[in-house]
Design a protein around this ligand. Sequence first.
Ligand code: NAD
Length: 464
Amino acid sequence: MKAHDGMYIDGEWRAAAGRDTIAVLNPVDEQLIDHVPAGTAEDVDAAVRAARAALPAWAATPPAERAAKLAALRDGLLARKDEIAATISAELGAPLPFAQAVQTGLPIAVAGSYADLAASYAFEEKIGNSTVHLEPVGVVGAITPWNYPLHQIVNKVAPALAAGCTVVLKPAEDTPLTAQLFAEAVHDIGLPAGVFNLVTGLGPVAGQALAEHDGVDLVSFTGSTAVGRQIGATAGAAVKRVALELGGKSANVILPSADLAKAVNVGVANVMGNSGQTCSAWTRMLVHADQYDEAVELASAAAAKYTVGDRVGPLVNAKQLTRVRGYIDKGVEEGARIVAGGSEAPLERGYYVAPTVFADVTPEMTIAQEEIFGPVVSLIRYEDEDDALRIANGTVYGLAGAVWAGDEAEAVAFARRMDTGQVDINGGRFNPLAPFGGYKQSGVGRELGVHGLTEYLQTKSLQF
Ligand code: NAD
């Protein structure tokens, strides 16, 4: 695909207000792929005005018609799935099979789920002498990260459109080509002009202008906690709705009765997928003291199977590479022991980090507290269940996690005491209809399924 040199505003590709551009690189070989325009506050303003103008008619469109548009969008994305996967693979560096199955297949399914939900959801309910109407919140400003370029866009845009909201999207600067492909797919289904708008640009410029715009009713942000905190403060001051999907430091708790080899292998795979650039990754593996040495051996053997370049792609950019290497060095400095990988470059070219396993990690170490966002897993020893729970809950985050035990009830009892939004029991698989979002500083609000839809609705009660 050749990149568009404009913004998608009010149903057409328009020249950007400024002349600045953003270079899009392939992290595998560090070569330039293309440029996209760097939007300014002026572009954002034009997009928000278009979204506002389109709002009344789209909000009044019957849900069944909105559902039909979302079904057409799902079909349009499906028809372009190879181009999308190739684009994500190029700008993110994800190995093609992963780009196809997870990065592309999953969001297409999510788009379909919102076609179904728009058609079946009761946008009206009776409570005593009241009729409660669930109405769209209004204009949505969606700000997305690069780690799952299409998924993060669909997670926000599909429920917003299903609810009857209109949208301005500001995608991550590293992966704007996927966003342009998404805009093309939206254009092809003939959505009314202004219902969906795309402004590419830098976070502190276009992103900030969108978050601060008084024509935006709800800001939905996924990304770092630092930026999320700032966006939350801005939204709070303006008394506007905000949804934040932030970082994580999720615990993979392996109880003594668990199948240790399976729990360790699945746990390592969970971190290595997408090169560790997953906010819900189980980056802390908690193992009982009696099984710790065996788990360390299993984990280092498992990590060795993830060949760099083939199964594990690069990190998205040079900044992330420096950041992740810095964390690995910090782990060593603070006394943790590397049993696989390390901070040395595994390949001559590309932003690669070797799959890394740390042993002898204690709960207060930096690598056990902060989100690394790379293929790095830390094994932490616990003495008993209470100790495991204290460690699992002992970070500022609470996005996801896992519990493994011989008996499902035992795992569930532990999971119920964890301060986190999602827990996979004995390897339970990802459910794209289950609410996804964080406890504590992992965020505010939920995405996916019906819970994701209600984020974009507000209630109006009529009394009779
Ligand atoms: P980021 O928070 O800077 O970027 C996320 C999005 O926010 C991008 O679209 C960016 O352009 C935009 N943005 C940046 N500054 C902004 C501002 N001041 N106002 C409005 N929008 C702004 O994240 P990053 O720098 O790409 O990654 C840094 C770290 O964030 C990662 O190492 C990781 O720990 C975390 N992260 C988390 C997720 C997640 O899914 N929760 C995704 C990506 C990154």
